[in-house]
Every structure is written in C-alpha cells, then in structure tokens.
Ligand binder design. Structure first.
Ligand SMILES: *Cc1c(COP(=O)(O)O)cnc(C)c1O
Length: 489
C-alpha cells in the first residue's frame, strides 16, 4: 500500500515513510492511494487485537506482519482491561461505543498507545538511527495520552506544552505526574492557541531543524495529522459493528449510523475509511459544540474560520481549524490542486468554499449538527435519568446531535454514538448537569459522582491525588524553541 500527499499527488511514499515523516514537505497530509477491501465474514469473530492486526496489515504493507500482531496484542490486551471497542446499549437502537477504557480514560489512547511502536518500527524499516524529539501542544487529553504512549520508548523523547490556564485540574495532574526518563511537561503562559502557535512555529523553523540535524535529532509531532494516529482508529468501527451483529442487534450487512463528537476530524474520518473498506456504515454524523465551523461547512460548503473562539464544557472539541478535514477534501475532490488551493485560501483569508459537486460527495456520507453547553447539560441529565447511562460532556454533544438528526430525518437506522471520554474526567460539569452542586476540587467531585451514581471512578484518575508532581516549569511561548533545541531542562 502506498501513500500520497493531499497537496501533491506526485509524492508517493511507503507507510513507514508516511509515519516517520508525519507531514509531507509541501505541507500536505499523507493519505492511502487505495482502500483495502475488508472480508467481513472472516473478521466478525476476531478478538480486538486480531481485528487490529488485520486492519493495520491492510494499510501498513511494508511492516512485518509478526510485528503488527505482537504490537496489537501488547497494546489492546491488558491496558484496555478487555474492554477495547466495547459497545453499551443506551436505548432501543441507540448505542455507545465506549472508547475510554484505556490508561488515560480518553479515546486518544487507541492511537497513542500504538503509534510509538509504529514509529520505532518505521525508523527500523527505513534504516534510520536519529533520535526523535516529539513536541506536543495540548488542550488536555492529547498531552497525557501521548506521554503515556511514549514514555521510555527507546530513541524517542517527548515534551508536552499545555496552556497555563486551559486544562482541568485532573488533566493537569495527569500530565505533571507522568513517569519516565524521556518525558518533560511545560505550562505555557496563555491559552491553547498560544501554545499551539509556538509549537507550529518551531516545526516551521528551518534553522532549528538544521541545528538539530547536526546533533542527529529530528523533531516530530504526535498530533492527529500523522497517519499512524489515524489508522488505529479505523479498528473500533469494525469492532463495534461486529459486536452488534454477534449479539443479534443487527444482521450482517445492515447499515449502521455513527455520530462522532468532533474536533480535529480524525475520529470521524476513521469511520469514513472503515466505510471505504466495505463496512456497512450509513451516515457519519459530525457533532460539534458551539465552535460549529464544521456544521456550517457540511451545511453550506463554505469553511469559515474567521469567527470567535468559544470555551465550552467540551474543551477537546474547541477547535476552529480541523486539520484532518483536508484528507476528506482530497478523497471527495480527487484533486491535489483543488486541496492545495483550498488550504492556501484558508491560510491567506481564513475561508474557502468547495464546489457543489465536492459538497455533494461529502454529503453522501456525512451529516452534521451542533449543541451548546446548556443542551449538553440537559442531555447528560436526560440520558442518566431516562436510560441510566452516564456520559461525559463530549459524548453528550454527540447524543444530542444524534437525537436531532434522527428527529429531522426520521431515520430508524441503528445509531452508535462514539463515547470519547470517561465522565469522571469532567466530574464537575457532569455533576452540575445532574443538578448537583459541584465541590471546588475535581477529586471531591469525582468522589461525589461515584457516590451519586454507584459507578466506580477509574483507578488511573483516582490515584492521581497521591502521586508526586514532577513538573512545574512555566514558560513563555517563545521559549518553546529553547525546549526544542534542548537548552531548557
Ligand atoms: C480529541 C477528542 C475529541 C475530538 O476528536 P477528533 O479526532 O479531534 O475529532 C472528542 N472528544 C474527546 C474527549 C477528545 O479527547
């Protein structure tokens, strides 16, 4: 299987190159040149690691199959407590794909527990011996999931930058208590955009790259623009579908809709890839919070990032530029020139419009909707009181949007909502949504939520209280360059 760039189809690389390099030289993202056809009958009884190995080997054809098998086993066995790809029934025809049973209680674990192994193997496949220094700007979840995935991985070090006033207390503690000899965590003065812009500037700085090359160091990113982060996410669409088949909820071949709480468009794009591989996915419903740039795009064909940024109770979806949408544009438009043009307009003017034909192709597979914080809170309460199902704020955005979609279209198709974080990661907002007075501290809130619902708080969150904080450095965005150059400890 070969990969090409969304902005230059002349570029053809192997899977190892796509994963080791992350981004194509001219700024495009790597996409597969074709889609392997899935053998649904053969796959339907596989356990999660075997399913993962099967999906991965369809795309990562230059990787040793034995390596993929071992990596999938090591990643999705114990760490997910046997609950990888677990689907819970919420109501008649409504399901929740619980993606938060991994070590950091967010769906990003699926990709970030595997990706470090894929990166080390890619370097081996390519005969590369340099040290990889990973820089991550995070608004919360990505940072911890990346730290947990990359700690003590040989030949790699990782530095995470989070906004000094932008994460929840639990998210901060998850990061600053991280163990490992190759990790570092920095609070950056400002908001997430300040941290992200600082990191992007370093990646674009040729002088920094040159200085590091002299020391045999290469910078890399753990953000979801890397193909190695996308491909593991395809697996759980298959796993959820087969679970519904094997428990008699649906028959093989029946179409299932998926509603996905979306930020950078990675998670939902993986569903599109599963569909292209032959999984009977009906509509992929893109759910946004008040930062509804994608709702507007899928409704009108105009992507307009020139708007106010809102902080919401679903912070991992507070995004105005959804990087992975570029991949969908490439598949829908079938033209690198068109995509390069859109991205150029976005950079220059903050806005672009696709042709009616391209929009029509996108709307064959995608629908959309958005929900504000108040609707989200009401949704948490409704699901808990009516269905005895407790969900977090991000998942609640998707439940609300799924409900609206079904009411609007009259669709009776089974609907799977992707549940992207544990409710215990956002205990204060969840308590308030249930109509309770949330205590000051996240830990007290976690205990209260546990007592109220009888649901146990995940051990990895509850134990944070007793862990030593290892990192307390606060830096200016401009100092991210010093960290990249190894001048700051
Ligand atoms: C990252 C994240 C999302 C958004 O996923 P994308 O792949 O960026 O669209 C949604 N919910 C939670 C909890 C997340 O951490």
């Amino acid at each position: 299987m070969q990969f090409t760039s969304t902005r230059d189809s002349q570029k053809i690389v192997s899977a190892s190159q796509a994963i080791a390099q992350g981004l194509s030289d001219e700024g495009g993202l790597f996409v597969p040149c074709e889609f392997p056809k899935a053998d649904l009958e053969a796959m339907k009884d596989m356990d999660y690691p075997t399913l993962a190995k099967t999906v991965l080997s369809g795309f990562l054809t230059d990787y040793d199959p034995a390596f993929l098998e071992n990596a999938a086993k090591a990643t999705y066995g114990q760490a997910f407590g046997g609950k990888a790809g677990h689907v819970a029934q919420v109501a008649e025809g409504l399901y929740s794909l619980e993606l938060w049973h991994g070590p950091t209680c967010a769906f990003k674990d699926y990709a970030l527990q595997l990706m470090p192994k894929l990166l080390v193997e890619a370097k081996k496949n390519l005969g590369r011996t340099e040290h990889t220094r990973i820089l991550v700007a995070t608004s919360g979840d990505t940072g911890k999931a990346a730290l947990d995935g990359y700690h003590d991985v040989p030949g790699v070090s990782i530095a995470v930058f989070y906004p000094s006033h932008g994460t929840s207390e639990i998210q901060r503690l998850q990061m600053v208590t991280q163990e490992g000899s190759n990790v570092a965590v920095y609070a950056v003065k400002g908001n997430f955009d300040d941290a992200q812009t600082g990191v992007k500037r370093v990646f674009g700085d040729k002088q920094i790259a040159q200085k590091l090359e002299a020391e045999n160091i290469r910078l890399s990113s753990a953000n979801s623009i890397n193909w190695g982060r996308l491909v593991p996410q395809i697996v759980y669409y298959f796993a959820s579908y087969f679970q519904l088949v094997n428990t008699g909820k649906i028959t093989m071949g029946e179409r299932v809709d998926y509603c996905v709480p979306t930020g950078n468009f990675g998670d939902i794009l993986a569903g599109y890839y599963a569909k292209r591989m032959g999984l009977p996915v009906g509509t992929l419903v893109c759910a946004s919070n008040r930062n509804n740039v994608l709702t507007d795009f899928i409704s009108t064909g105009t992507y307009d990032a020139r708007r106010e940024f809102h902080r919401t109770t679903s912070p991992s979806m507070d995004i105005l530029v959804s990087s992975n949408l570029e991949r969908l544009l490439f598949h829908a438009a079938g033209s690198d020139k068109a995509v390069a043009g859109y991205m150029n307009e976005l950079n220059q003017n903050g806005v672009y419009t696709v042709s009616p034909e391209v929009l029509a192709v996108i709307r064959e597979s995608f629908a959309c909707g958005c929900a504000g914080d108040e609707e989200v809170a009401a949704e948490i309460k409704a699901r808990y009181e009516q269905d005895h199902y407790l969900c977090d704020t991000h998942t609640a955005v998707a439940f609300k949007v799924a409900e609206n979609y079904r009411a609007r279209t009259g669709s009776k198709a089974p609907m799977v909502v992707l549940s992207t974080a544990s409710p215990f990661k956002f205990p204060c907002d969840v308590l308030k949504a249930l109509g309770l007075k949330a205590p000051e501290s996240d830990f007290a809130a976690m205990e209260m939520l546990q007592a109220e619902t009888g649901m146990p708080a995940p051990e990895s969150l509850a134990c944070l209280k007793n862990k030593p904080e290892r990192f307390d450095t606060v830096i200016d965005p401009a100092e991210i360059a010093d960290v990249a150059l190894g001048k700051k400890s």
